[in-house]
Design a protein around this ligand. Structure first.
Ligand code: NAI
Ligand code: MG
Length: 480
């Protein structure tokens, strides 16, 4: 029996998108000194949503100056006072949650179900969590009187625009730093809404500055001489360039880069639950997830049974209008990202893997890719080694736990991993041997503001979230 779903679109009347946006510097929206603008679109329809400013070197310099000036008083406020502002921001985010979720879905293409139920609640949770830390910095593990770095430059990607902003700004402010943040060029609108929220919270001018733009604006932040710390989330390629630029300077650096996570299924795994976990691992957020479970390692004896159930399940996924409350998989974020996914999938065909795609109809406009699975994948294939960052799963098999661990660790990355088994002892044994920052057991893609997140090897360095995430924003106090 096939179920039909009537459309259940979320209304967009709650968002008020301006035709054109300036930069947010020193508590005010100000025009760029050079005046260059570019369009931002809805990737599900290709409709233009607004014009965004491309910040120049001079604009970045003005933002850094504002942050430097604000740092003097912000860093001297008692932690309890900084906490009040951060709590206020958290409560405004909860109050305006639906508006933020709709705007995020319009600009990013992710399903409203996810922006409403996952991204934005987690954004508020991060601000609440770090508000609680602001007057307890002596317990952050950095000595009795840790101090902030100063002005922090933060560059974030497009896959979780508002959530990555929260991961970066909340701990930075709690620790007493001031911020110059650049959202990704395809998804700037929620960061600009966040600027309005800073005004609404009466955050002191210059504590948070939002400069929009692409790589050149990011480079201007990285190379600015008066920035004390850089936090970056994005591609390994750009992360490498930033590490080179920061080397030999006094700038502190944390990098959160790509991944190619192994999701390991043993023959005793609870199979229905595992199928749901695999789907959540790679099709959540269209697979635009650095910790996505993109390499499925299945014990050979259950491969055929598991794959049959997985194909059945994937054929039920609803792909399409991200604003429809029934949609499971939304739009690919950009034409460039879709081209990258197509190129890597074609390499899978050419190298001899077998492609299966869900039999869903795709909308005629916008950027779309059906949920796709490659079997007969070998470790040498590009689709087993490179981050696809899309709704594409590569399936490999193993016979013994040792083989699973060896294959899981055979990657230049090490951000996350998953283990599916009934045996607690096996979970502990395998987890201890996986070279990955986060290991999920019988679940996947679960996030919590109290839990540290970060990678090994080419996945980057530094941790975000929880007490560990504060360390990156503090200088340890010297013991006498
Ligand atoms: P990207 O690394 O170019 O973009 C991330 C951020 O860095 C954006 O804000 C961008 O404007 C900025 N940026 C770009 N060039 C810069 C430079 N030279 N200096 C300073 N900042 C710069 O990522 P892109 O091109 O959007 O995606 C390419 C691939 O990277 C994806 O296909 C995916 O595999 C991976 N990626 C990983 C992410 C993660 O969360 N780990 C997030 C986004 C992309
Ligand atoms: Mg790039």
């Amino acid at each position: 029996m096939k179920f039909e779903y009537a459309p259940a679109p979320e209304s967009t009347s709650i968002v008020n998108i301006k035709p054109s946006y300036d930069l947010f510097i020193d508590g005010k929206f100000v025009a760029s000194k050079t005046g260059r603008k570019f369009e931002t679109i809805n990737p599900a329809t290709e409709a233009v949503l607004a014009e965004i400013t491309e910040a120049s070197d001079a604009d970045v310099d003005a933002a850094v100056k504002a942050a430097r000036s604000a740092f003097k008083s912000w860093s001297k406020l008692p932690g309890t006072e900084r906490a009040k502002y951060i709590y206020r921001i958290a409560r405004i985010i909860q109050d305006r949650a639906r508006e933020i979720a709709v705007l995020e879905t319009l600009n990013n293409g992710k399903p409203i179900r996810e922006s409403r139920d996952v991204d934005i609640p987690l954004v508020a949770a991060h601000f609440f969590h770090y508000a609680g830390w602001a007057d307890k910095l002596e317990y952050a593990g950095m000595g009795p009187a840790p101090t902030p770095h100063g002005v922090v430059g933060q560059i974030i990607p497009w896959n979780f625009p508002m959530l990555m902003l929260a991961w970066k700004i909340a701990p930075a402010l709690a620790a007493g730093n001031t911020v110059v943040l650049k959202p990704a060029e395809t998804t700037s609108l929620t960061a600009l809404l966040f600027a309005e929220i800073c005004q609404q919270a009466e955050l002191p001018d210059g504590v948070v500055n939002i400069v929009t733009g692409a790589g050149n604006t990011g480079r201007a932040i990285v190379n600015h001489p008066d920035i004390n710390k850089i936090a970056f989330t994005g591609s390994t390629e750009v992360g490498r360039m930033i590490a080179q630029a920061a080397a030999g300077t006094n700038k502190k650096l944390t990098l959160e880069l790509g991944g190619k996570a192994a999701n390991i299924v043993f023959d005793d795994a609870p199979i229905a639950q595992t199928v749901e976990g695999i789907v959540n691992g790679i099709f959540f957020n269209q697979g635009h997830v650095c910790c996505a479970g993109s390499r499925l390692l299945v014990q050979e004896s259950i491969h055929d049974e598991l794959m049959a159930l997985l194909y059945q399940r994937l054929d039920l996924l609803r792909v399409g209008d991200p604003l429809d409350k029934n949609t499971d998989v939304g739009a690919i974020n950009s034409a460039a990202q879709l081209a990258k996914i197509n190129e890597l999938a074609a390499s899978g065909d050419a190298e001899g893997a077998h492609r299966w795609s869900a039999s869903c109809a795709l909308p005629a406009t916008g950027f779309w890719f059906p949920p796709t699975v490659f079997t007969n994948v070998s470790q040498a294939h590009r689709i087993a080694r490179e981050e696809i960052f899309g709704p594409v799963l590569s399936v490999l098999t193993f016979r013994t736990p040792d083989e699973a661990i060896a294959k899981a660790n055979n990657t230049p990355y090490g951000l996350s991993a998953g283990i599916w088994t009934e045996k607690g002892s096996r979970i502990l044994e395998v987890a201890s041997k996986l070279r990955a920052g986060v290991v999920w057991a019988n679940t996947f893609n679960k996030f919590d503001p109290t839990s540290p997140f970060g990678g090994y090897k080419e996945s980057g360095y530094g941790r975000e979230g929880g007490r560990h995430g504060l360390e990156a924003y503090l200088v340890a106090s010297k013991h006498d």
